[in-house]
Ligand binder design. Structure first.
Ligand code: HEM
Length: 431
């Protein structure tokens, strides 16, 4: 094979130290230049070294060190996830986006957070997730068959994005022929979490919440009439509540269903898409992984190599790069005093490349062990769907590589261009 058609520089353009220092010197999440969005890591490195607990022009704080993120995640009593204060000026309190984001479990503290989380976790058991695997394998193989017949396609549209929508649809029992709008709704609603929101994005997010609420009212009414097994069906479980009467109100139920349908979409799409693009950028790692997979197939008793690789993809190109908290009292992080009310952005993408925790952090190392990345967050709000996401990543990436070990990107992939959710919109490839 000759030189690759799509070069690494056209995917992750390098940034000089000088340029990274210039962006870091004026760092403002509300004004991010395109070269930062293409490759934020050199800027994160400068911030981590020089100003790891950094004030931004709007008075909020930006954290980049792994230890500081862990400290904040651990102290949920001081660092609240409740977004009523933050989102009121952002969306306006009459906005459907405000009602949605302030009612979902991820943006709440106990007791609502605890009630909803317990209900969801009760249905996302190890067994329930393992039972999803055969259907997932069949789905992935069907997509691969179609790609093989066409000699390639788009890694995102035709593969990565086609998987989570079906898995989450199954989890909530959304009929197959009604899944079409789910991805668009999800992109619009989560897109409205970006640091800066245009009027068009806000309008699209609001329309998506309204349409999703309308749709879910019908789905919930139907499930009330025809409940499924609450051990397996998340929606039935959320409707029925636990036996001790922890029922959700209708508004809580609907908005948490919306959140569940959205939470695993773009994040998981980007895990799979980022991994397959990363392997194109790191051909030696790809070759080693393929060799390992070959050996594992010959000796099935050897541990599967894909799970460790999935953890490294999660670390290296974390699909969810930013988290947020609000200090409820005067406190201190990383030796810096924060006043009560301080808004804090947790930069997962920076923490996951912190040299204090990861050896040679700017290198994709699929052999990395003891990978304490924060891609799923940490503490009481740690991702409730992490086992499902890991399963989807393992099956999708593993089966793709087994089928198309020599896939090549046929045009430079197009990034989503967002700070919070990191991934690609398109990545054409051929086999
Ligand atoms: C690679 C895929 C995924 C990534 C990177 C990811 C990342 C995250 C992160 C960082 C959080 C914590 C937010 C915070 O602390 O503020 C979170 C929470 C959450 N995620 Fe995921 N997620 C993924 C897939 C999924 C899937 C497939 C589901 C659905 C089943 C899901 C459901 C949730 C839920 C329900 C929460 C809220 C948990 C809580 O507040 O207690 N996620 N996710």
């Amino acid at each position: 094979m000759g030189a690759p058609i799509v070069t690494t520089a056209s995917i992750t353009p390098p940034m000089t130290r000088e340029r990274a220092e210039a962006i870091a010197a004026e760092f403002d999440l509300r004004r991010l230049p395109p070269d930062f969005l293409a490759n934020p890591y050199p800027v994160y490195a400068v911030l981590r070294e020089r100003d790891p607990v950094r004030t931004m022009p709007d008075g909020s704080w930006f954290l980049t060190r792994h230890a500081d993120l862990v400290a904040v995640y651990r102290d949920a009593a001081t660092f609240s996830s409740d977004k009523h204060v933050e989102f009121a000026p952002k969306y306006g309190t009459a906005s459907p986006l405000y009602e949605h984001h302030t009612t979902s479990l991820v943006f709440n503290d106990p007791p609502l957070h605890t009630r909803v989380r317990q209900l969801i976790m009760g249905a996302l058991t190890r067994r329930a997730i393992a039972e999803l695997e055969p259907g997932l394998v069949a789905l992935v193989d069907g997509l691969l068959d179609r790609l093989a017949a066409r000699g390639g396609g788009d890694l995102i549209e035709d593969f990565a994005a086609a998987i989570p929508v079906e898995i989450i649809g199954n989890l909530l029992g959304v009929p197959h022929d009604e899944r079409g709008p789910l991805r668009g709704w999800s992109l619009a609603i989560l897109g409205a979490l970006e640091p800066v929101l245009t009027p068009t994005q806000q309008a699209a997010g609001e329309a998506a919440v309204r349409e999703m609420l309308d749709y879910l009212r019908g789905l919930v009414a139907d499930r009330r009439r025809h409940p499924l097994d609450p051990q397996r069906d998340v929606l039935t479980r959320l409707i029925q509540g636990e036996r001790d009467g922890q029922r959700l109100t209708e508004t809580e139920l609907l908005h948490n269903c919306i959140f569940l349908l959205n939470a695993g979409h773009e994040t998981t799409t980007n895990l799979i898409g980022n991994a397959l693009v990363c392997l194109h950028e790191w051909p030696q790692e790809k070759a080693r992984l393929l060799q390992r997979l070959h050996e594992v197939r010959a000796e099935p008793q050897r541990q599967d190599e894909i799970p460790a690789a999935v953890e490294e993809f999660l670390r290296f190109e974390s699909s969810n790069q930013l988290g947020n908290r609000r200090a409820l009292r005067d406190t201190e992080v990383g030796g810096v005093r924060l006043p009560a009310g301080a808004l804090v952005t947790l930069c997962i993408g920076a923490a996951n490349r912190d040299p204090a925790v990861f050896a040679d952090p700017e290198r994709l190392d699929l052999d990395r062990r003891d990978n304490r990345h924060l891609a799923f967050g940490f503490g009481v709000h740690q991702c409730a769907g992490l086992s499902l996401a890991r399963l989807e990543g393992r099956v999708a990436i593993g089966r793709f590589l087994a089928r198309f070990p020599n896939y090549v990107l046929s045009a430079p992939p197009v990034r989503g261009g967002r700070a919070r959710f990191r991934g690609f919109l398109r990545a054409p490839f051929r086999v």
